[in-house]
Structures are given as structure tokens and as C-alpha cells.
Ligand binder design. Structure first.
Ligand code: NAD
Length: 455
């Protein structure tokens, strides 16, 4: 096992840093240190925890430029998006500050039985497994929720996006969180990650990543009966009905689909457009894309590179495959860009066969699928194994309600897509996983009820 791993800038392929490749023995030491602090950490007053979150959030806000540059350099996204993600993480920590001290319980008289008191206890040592696409935000969701409830967290970032998380953790420690209660475990998924999720003293796993890795993690956790949440991929539909404000829909679809180079779990991966509007929609999207500047995220660009060479190869193979099989028509882009780094042109495909996009396409490809009736749109939207998010674009409340009730997924947006406030439960159904993050549901994920019946 290598002792360290290189981190590369996806815009240049240059090595920009190294991370420690934690061994199973390292993981064991981290878990033991976390377990040791639990009895004290669990009893820390909620107001103290809230102050730690507030302190950390203000340090992150003060360092936003430095952190955003680092995030762009290791992940690839444009600086503007990196800044949003850093500030978004501060916002998440402020949200958790606001809910510290309001973990619900129950206390009531049960005539004939006694007096019931239900308290919610922390789970203990929790593992947070984080992907490379929105590393800082996903880290904030998981660490924020677990720490609020009095757990210790061991977060394992992706090997291609660890550096900014290490810096964010520094701010949390400076803000007051004990080092042992929050530890960053860097390394590969197959070795370091596997050692962490299979450690018997890790009692909860919150995993975000691909379906394949999610299944592997489930198998490692099963012998220890660990509690877990799986936030897996998505294949969101973005449904543009006859009554949509088409200009607003096109603008939102393009911005959303090419945000973070299309590498977002709730990206609008399948754009379903009423056939009567499809030509206009495609034309307007093409006009927008023709003004898109692609390049190093540190420069003034609309879109950066894909995060890694593997992802670039997958996207290239997908586009070549659907075009070869006549499952779609190319309108714009459709090629790797001749520059150093993992660059692929923003790509627009029309008349896409729904079957061609039944799997998640995690990159800058907009697939437009025409439909003739609302029922057909619903059938196509629900025809994938995934069920993370979907949006419906309409000015008619009845249409909005019909779609919202019939779409099989964890989140439905109306005239919006991708907005994820920390107050809103987030997660999926089917191959998108189970369990929820954010909202008040985090309390149920990161605590266990303990019933005490007084005679
Ligand atoms: P990935 O599954 O390759 O890796 C995710 C994390 O799991 C990484 O930290 C990796 O090191 C770790 N890992 C991999 N194998 C492991 C194992 N056997 N044991 C323990 N840890 C292991 O995913 P990725 O390529 O980093 O991210 C892209 C995927 O994540 C996409 O499918 C995307 O849709 C999904 N995603 C989902 C959400 C969501 O909330 N639903 C959010 C973001 C990304």
C-alpha cells in the first residue's frame, strides 16, 4: 500500500499536493481516539456546540477566497461555483448551530404503565464517506448533522478531492471542535475506506457516491449490523410541459446541467420537453451553449474540466456510443477538447431515446427527450432505477400537483431544480439509496431513541 497519494489539478494534470494513504492500523487508531472522547463530547452542552459551529462558519467565511481557489484547483469547478460551495458549507454549519439544543424527546404519563421519558442518544463513532463532486458541501451536511447530535465523525473524502476538506476541518477545530471528535481520514476507497466502514466500533455510515461503491460498503457493514444512509447517484428528469415559461426553463436547464461540468447527483440529466416546444427549446439551449467558455476554473469561464481522466473517458464513450447507435442526434459539442486536462465540450443531444439514458450520465451532456402527453412524460421519468430528484416546469398548479405526486423520487422541484436548503430532507429512492440528510430527519439518522419508563 502506497504511503501517500498524489492529488492532481484536473485542468492541467499537474500534481498540486499529496495526501496520506491511511492504513487499516491508522484507521484503528483514529477510531479508538474518537471512541475515547465520546463520553465527554456527548455531554458537551448544546450551546457550546452551537458556538463552535458559529466560530467555524465565520472562519470559513473569512477564508473563502483561499479555500475557493484550493477547491477549484483540486476539483476543477469554476471559482464562482467553488466560492458558492464554501459559503454554502458555512451556511450549513450555521444551520446546525441553530438546531443544537433542540433534539426532540418525549415525556408523558402513560396511565396504567407509568411515566415515559424518551431521549435521543448519539450513535457513537460515525463514518462519513464523501465523493469528489461536491466534496465540501457533502462533508458539511454529514459532519454538521453528526456533531450536532453528539457523535464523533471520521470523514473519508475522495482521493481526488481531500485538500479543501482538510482545510475546512482546520476551521472546525479552530472553532472549538475537539480534534478526536472530528477527524479526516484520507486515502483510497478500496483500502482506507473499506477499513473504516468495516471497523466494528464505527456504528453509523453515511455514504455518498456511486451505486457500485454503495453496494460494496453495504456488504462490508452488514456483518456488524451498522446503521447507514446511502446517497447514491441520480438520473433526474427535468420536465418542460406545454404550460412552461420556456425561456426560464431553457436558462435553468442549461445552467443546471453544465453546473460543476454536469457532475452533480441531482443534475437535470434527462430533459423531457413537450414535443410542441422541443425545437424551440433545443435552439435556445444551443444559442446559450455557443457562448459558453470552457477552461481552467481559475479563469473567467462558464465550465471547467471533469474531475478525473476516468470520468472523461466514460463521457466520451457514452456520446460516441449513442451517436453510433442512432439513439440521439448531436446538436452541439460532442468531443474532447484539445487542451491539457480533462476537458470535454458542453454537449447537446436531441431526440434522445429514453433507453439510451437509463443509466446516470455524470458529465456535461444535455439529453433532450421529446414527449407527446403528460402520461408519457411520467412513464419516461419513472422508467429509471434511480429516484433522487425531478423537476416540473409549468405555470399550471394542477399540472404541478399531478407530476409532484406521481414522480418516483425523493425530491420534486416546481419551476426550480437542484436547490437544496439545509432545512429540506434530501435523499432518494430505488438505486438512489435510502435515508435522508438535512431537514429535521438528520436527528433520526444520527440518534437512537432510548425509552425510560418510570414505575
Ligand atoms: P465513488 O463511489 O467512486 O466514491 C465515493 C466515496 O466512496 C469515495 O470517498 C471513495 O473513496 C469511497 N469508496 C469507494 N469504494 C469504497 C469502499 N469499498 N469502501 C469504503 N469507501 C469506498 O463515487 P465518486 O465517483 O466519488 O462520486 C460520483 C458518484 O457519486 C456519482 O454516481 C454521483 O451521482 C454520486 N453522488 C451522489 C450524491 C447524492 O447525494 N445522492 C451526491 C454526490 C454524488
Amino acid at each position: 500500500m502506497q504511503s501517500s497519494l498524489d492529488v492532481r489539478n484536473p485542468a492541467t494534470n499537474e500534481v498540486i499536493g499529496t495526501i496520506h494513504n491511511a492504513t487499516p492500523d491508522d484507521v484503528d487508531n483514529f477510531v479508538n481516539a474518537a471512541a475515547e472522547i465520546l463520553p465527554t463530547w456527548e455531554k458537551t452542552a448544546a450551546t457550546k456546540r452551537a458556538v463552535m459551529f458559529v466560530n467555524a462558519a465565520s472562519l470559513i467565511r473569512a477564508r473563502v477566497e483561499e479555500l475557493a481557489v484550493l477547491l477549484t484547483t483540486e476539483q476543477g469547478k469554476p471559482l464562482r461555483e467553488a466560492r458558492d460551495e464554501i459559503l454554502g458549507s458555512a451556511h450549513v454549519f450555521e444551520y446546525y448551530a441553530s438546531v443544537c439544543g433542540s433534539i426532540p424527546g418525549d415525556a408523558r404519563n402513560l396511565p396504567g404503565y407509568g411515566y415515559l421519558n424518551v431521549v435521543r442518544k448519539p450513535l457513537g463513532v460515525c463514518a462519513a464517506i464523501i465523493p469528489w463532486n461536491m466534496p465540501v458541501m457533502i462533508f458539511a451536511w454529514k459532519a454538521g448533522a453528526a456533531l450536532t447530535c453528539g457523535n464523533a465523525v471520521l470523514a473519508k473524502p475522495s482521493k481526488t478531492a481531500s485538500l479543501t476538506i482538510l482545510k475546512i476541518a482546520e476551521a472546525l477545530h479552530e472553532g472549538g471542535f475537539p480534534k478526536e471528535a472530528l477527524q479526516i481520514v484520507t486515502g483510497s476507497g478500496g483500502e482506507t475506506g473499506a477499513a473504516l466502514v468495516s471497523h466494528p466500533d464505527v456504528r453509523h455510515i453515511s455514504f455518498t457516491g456511486s451505486v457500485v461503491s454503495g453496494k460494496a460498503v453495504s456488504l462490508l457493514a452488514a456483518p456488524h449490523l451498522k446503521k447507514m444512509t446511502l446517497e447514491l447517484g441520480g438520473n433526474d428528469s427535468f420536465i418542460v410541459t406545454k404550460t412552461a415559461d420556456i425561456d426560464a426553463a431553457v436558462k435553468a436547464a442549461v445552467r443546471n446541467r453544465f453546473y460543476n461540468c454536469g457532475q452533480v447527483c441531482t443534475s437535470a440529466k434527462r430533459i423531457l420537453v413537450d414535443a410542441s416546444l422541443a425545437d424551440e427549446f433545443v435552439h435556445k439551449a444551443e444559442v446559450m451553449l455557443s457562448g459558453y467558455v470552457v477552461g481552467n476554473g481559475l479563469e473567467k469561464v462558464n465550465m471547467g474540466p471533469l474531475n478525473n481522466a476516468n470520468q472523461l473517458a466514460l463521457i466520451e464513450a457514452f456520446v460516441e456510443g449513442v451517436l453510433d447507435r442512432d439513439e440521439a442526434q448531436l446538436v452541439y459539442g460532442g468531443k474532447r477538447l484539445e487542451m491539457p486536462g480533462n476537458f470535454y465540450a458542453p454537449t447537446l443531444l436531441k431526440n434522445v431515446s429514453p433507453l439510451a439514458v437509463s443509466e446516470e450520465i455524470f458529465g456535461p451532456v444535455m439529453s433532450v427527450i421529446p414527449f407527446n402527453t403528460p402520461d408519457e412524460a411520467l412513464d419516461i421519468a419513472n422508467s429509471t432505477q434511480y429516484g433522487l430528484g425531478s423537476s416540473v416546469w409549468t405555470t399550471d398548479i394542477g399540472t404541478a400537483r399531478t407530476f409532484a405526486e406521481s414522480l418516483k423520487c425523493g425530491v420534486v422541484w416546481v419551476n426550480k431544480h437542484l436547490t437544496l436548503p439545509p432545512e429540506m430532507p434530501f435523499g432518494g429512492v430505488g438505486n438512489s439509496g435510502f435515508g435522508r440528510e438535512n431537514g429535521r430527519d438528520f436527528v433520526y439518522e444520527y440518534t437512537e431513541p432510548k425509552s425510560i419508563l418510570f414505575g
